[in-house]
Design a protein around this ligand. Structure first.
Ligand code: CO
Length: 168
């Protein structure tokens, strides 16, 4: 069974993650656990802190169902405002229109430490922004109105309590 996904609000989701310096077997293991969790949850992206690991690692889903493995990513360029429906594995069943950029240029390392640059547009650009925000300690609900955010927060608190009861 895949590792549990942390539900927002939680400190590990609202704190910036640490850069990866060790490109060894621990990183390999974390990436494979992230693949397992995102596939089981039928997600299109996941950040390491969603599994409780405060490291700058994420998976970003391509249209063909495979994933970019991004380590220590940085957004180099952003352009054209757009509003898109957004959801998150850490905020179950909340779909909300969220302000984003249509295009981004991202620099990241792969699991061997080699640097790459990618230009993304549309849905792919959207997932890059969402996952890199996670690594910076931000969840998409922060981009919504405070009313929407507090309604979602109430729902998530109830969900957390229900999940905790199930485990106890
Ligand atoms: Co998310």
């Amino acid at each position: 069974m895949a590792r549990d996904i942390v539900i927002w609000p939680h400190k590990v989701l609202t704190s910036a993650t640490q850069p990866v310096t060790d490109f060894g077997p621990a990183l390999e293991k974390l990436l494979s656990e992230m693949h397992e969790a995102v596939i089981e949850a039928k997600g299109i992206g996941i950040a390491a802190n969603q599994l409780g690991e405060p490291l700058r690692v994420a998976l970003v889903g391509r249209e063909d169902g495979t994933f970019f493995e991004i380590v220590n990513p940085q957004v180099l360029e952003r352009s054209e405002d757009i509003t898109l429906e957004e959801a998150c594995l850490s905020v179950p069943e909340a779909w909300e229109k969220t302000p984003r950029f249509k295009k981004v240029k991202v620099r990241y390392q792969d699991k061997t430490g080699q640097w790459h640059e990618v230009e993304a547009e549309g849905r792919l650009a959207h997932v890059f922004q969402h996952e890199i925000d996670h690594l910076d300690g931000h969840v998409f609900v922060e981009l919504l109105s405070s009313l929407k955010r507090s309604l979602i927060q109430e729902r998530m608190k109830k969900l957390q309590k229900a999940l905790k009861r199930k485990k106890d």
